[in-house]
Design a protein around this ligand. Structure first.
Ligand SMILES: *[C@@H]1O[C@H](CO)[C@@H](O)[C@H](O)[C@H]1NC(C)=O
Ligand SMILES: *[C@@H]1O[C@H](CO)[C@@H](O)[C@H](O)[C@H]1NC(C)=O
Ligand SMILES: *[C@@H]1O[C@H](CO)[C@@H](O)[C@H](O)[C@H]1NC(C)=O
Ligand SMILES: *[C@@H]1O[C@H](CO)[C@@H](O)[C@H](O)[C@H]1NC(C)=O
Length: 364
């Protein structure tokens, strides 16, 4: 009886300490919290007690190792905390390098807090289990950590809407598991690495609104799974690689607002692309007469370029052309009286040299 009692106590003690997070993880979380200031919602009020795996807001642990595995703090969320406060989140402070002591972290989401400043701690590249790094919507400055390429399990890198600067670090194309890349709206400069195509798992590459320059690397077209490529509003120059039009699943290609020159490769017109925006570049030549049944465009925006010549006859063979814009070019000749154009109004064709026919007022 006495033995049973002692065993019972022992069992309870053991289960308790096994389920609790290690003191070192708890200390790292508290140091991380100390560098942040969240004035309105009190999300950190729950960060108390010895077991950081239990009821700490935004913290979850691996059920076997009881090490902290995820930090999930979103400033815009359906969580009752936000609904009660009728506010979206706001936080100041910075991301403490203490976060890197949580060496079993698999995801870090610190998103949409609007006021968090300072750099992405460079030690983040030493977290070997990291799969998700989502820091969108803060005021982070500094560079993408130079060692980031060591994160060979990383599938999501989202640092959009911050104030990061500097170029892609040399190790970047070593992110061999990366599927979703979003660096939109920062001040990232320099060239897109020539070997960008090494990112074989990439399906979305969203790089718009930065200061990227140089030409579009041909190697991008080797990324078999790439469905969405957005380079709009950068300082990209050079020509459009024809190989982009031969990609298997590329659906969105946004190159608008750059300094791209040369002609439109015919391959883009007869491709898997359904949204093509080449607006506001320096593209010359004629619109390729290469439309066919494969041409299915929800968006085809070629406005504000230097295109000449007529609208191609083959456009009547396209399966679908939804939003169409060739305004502000030097096109000339009759607008084909064809089905893809039935629904369009004059603004799609305005400010050209001598286009004529419906829906323009000028008849041919
Ligand atoms: C980019 O840098 C310029 C000046 O160098 C600054 O005015 C601008 O606010 C920055 N933009 C972002 C998104 O950080
Ligand atoms: C990229 O990975 C390879 C192979 O692991 C390694 O040899 C190389 O040094 C890495 N490059 C950079 C710039 O980190
Ligand atoms: C294409 O890009 C231009 C310039 O950035 C933008 O104004 C336009 O709305 C885009 N077109 C569509 C249909 O999204
Ligand atoms: C369109 O692309 C298909 C498949 O890539 C090809 O077989 C066909 O010849 C192309 N058509 C035109 C008009 O270029």
């Amino acid at each position: 009886m006495k033995l049973l009692y002692v065993t019972g106590i022992l069992f309870l003690t053991v289960t308790f300490s096994v389920n609790a997070c290690p003191a070192s993880d708890r200390a790292a979380l508290l140091a991380f919290k100390a560098a942040l200031h969240e004035p309105y919602l009190g999300i950190f009020n729950s960060w108390k007690g010895t077991n950081c795996c239990k009821n700490w807001y935004g913290v979850s642990c691996d059920s076997i190792t009881h090490r902290v595995a995820d930090i999930n703090l979103r400033g815009e969320s359906e969580d009752p905390i936000f609904q009660k406060a009728h506010k979206t989140g706001y936080m100041t402070g910075s991301i403490s390098p203490a976060i890197c002591k949580l060496e079993r972290l698999s995801s870090i989401t610190i998103a949409d807090w609007k006021g968090i400043t300072g750099p992405i701690p460079s030690c983040i590249s030493l977290l070997p289990f990291l799969r998700i790094l989502d820091l969108i919507g803060n005021k982070l400055t500094g560079r993408i950590p130079s060692g980031i390429g060591r994160l060979h399990r990383l599938t999501v890198l989202n640092v959009a809407d911050n104030q990061l600067f500097g170029g892609f670090p040399r190790s970047f194309t070593n992110l061999s598991s990366l599927m979703h890349l979003d660096i939109r709206s920062n001040n990232i400069s320099g060239q897109i690495p020539k070997d960008f195509g090494k990112l074989r798992m990439l399906s979305r590459a969203l790089l718009s609104k930065n200061k990227l320059r140089g030409s579009i690397p041909e190697s991008i077209s080797k990324i078999y799974r790439l469905a969405d490529l957005d380079l709009s509003f950068n300082q990209m120059s050079g020509t459009i690689p024809a190989s982009l039009g031969k990609m298997a699943v590329l659906a969105t290609l946004n190159l608008d607002g750059n300094f791209i020159s040369g002609t439109i490769p015919a391959t883009l017109i007869n491709s898997s692309i359904t949204q093509l925006n080449l607006s506001r570049n320096a593209i010359q030549g004629t619109i390729p007469d290469a439309f066919g049944p494969r041409s299915y465009f929800m968006v085809l925006d070629l406005s504000y370029n230097r295109l000449r010549g007529p609208l191609p006859k083959s456009i009547s063979l396209a399966s679908y052309v939804g939003h169409f814009d060739v305004s502000h070019n030097h096109l000339c000749g009759a607008i084909p009286n064809a089905s893809p154009f039935d629904h369009l109004d004059a603004t799609s064709f305005s400010h050209n040299d001598c286009l004529c026919g419906k829906p323009l007022i000028k008849s041919c």
